[in-house]
Design a binder for this molecule. Sequence first.
Ligand SMILES: Nc1ncnc2c1ncn2[C@@H]1O[C@H](COP(=O)(O)OP(=O)(O)OP(=O)(O)O)[C@@H](O)[C@H]1O
Ligand SMILES: [Mg+2]
Length: 257
Amino acid sequence: MTGPRMTGADSPPSLTVSRLAYAYPDGTQALFGVDLTIRRGERVALLGPNGAGKTTLVMHLNGILTAGHGTVEVAGLPVRKDTLLEIRRRVGLVFQDPDDQLFMPTVRDDVAFGPANLGLRGDELDRRVCDALTRVGMLDAIDRPPHHLSFGQRRRVAVATVLAMEPEILVLDEPSSNLDPASRRELADILKSLDVTVLMVTHDLPYALELCERSLILSGGVIAADGATHSLLADAGLLAAHRLELPYGFAVPALQE
Ligand SMILES: Nc1ncnc2c1ncn2[C@@H]1O[C@H](COP(=O)(O)OP(=O)(O)OP(=O)(O)O)[C@@H](O)[C@H]1O
Ligand SMILES: [Mg+2]
């Protein structure tokens, strides 16, 4: 890893998933033994067709679902019932639909909710809230009701609610969906500016290429590929085998030496 972003040579990986398998109560087996490791400071895209198990995997990362088999560790701490509070502080999960995340009367209350639960009060709490909103460019909306904001603005506030927890890893489920091109670009700039480990579920392959040096392909409940985003997206056979398609007219640019 180059540049000023944090590196993790001497700290445990942000995320380690080992042999994770899961079947829903109706018997649908969604994950068949997933192994992956994400080092501190990496930005990784999780690609895969509809029904591959991406959201199911993401819901294991902060214990919304708990492993049928296998283990999940966040910075060395196993996800278990007795660690859930700390796990939820470490894993900032941004849901696909911001309305699943925002439920308070004002933006300020929504962003303050998590840190207040951790016991922060007064100036310290205000500073957390203002910092998080500044990082996503939404400080001006601090006193507005979230339901008066546009979808793209609500998505940014949803990102701020998890940044305010100072998470070990930010996990986003389809962050670019339903954004207009300018909002999509602005969110990319925000994500690039954050000094935090990121796992991003996306069907937007150019977004993965722009933001993530590394990608994983989840297909049929297993990791089918793990490598440089550029090489994966340049492999037409691999993409076709997992129902992934580049947008019409998009060519993966040649690597600059
Ligand atoms: N609550 C549920 N009960 C039973 N089966 C479920 C449930 N939720 C998801 N599944 C099944 O689990 C599998 C994985 O679904 P999941 O939502 O994880 O896929 P995904 O990769 O996120 O897909 P998408 O790209 O469409 O969001 C699918 O076969 C799906 O039908
Ligand atoms: Mg999904």
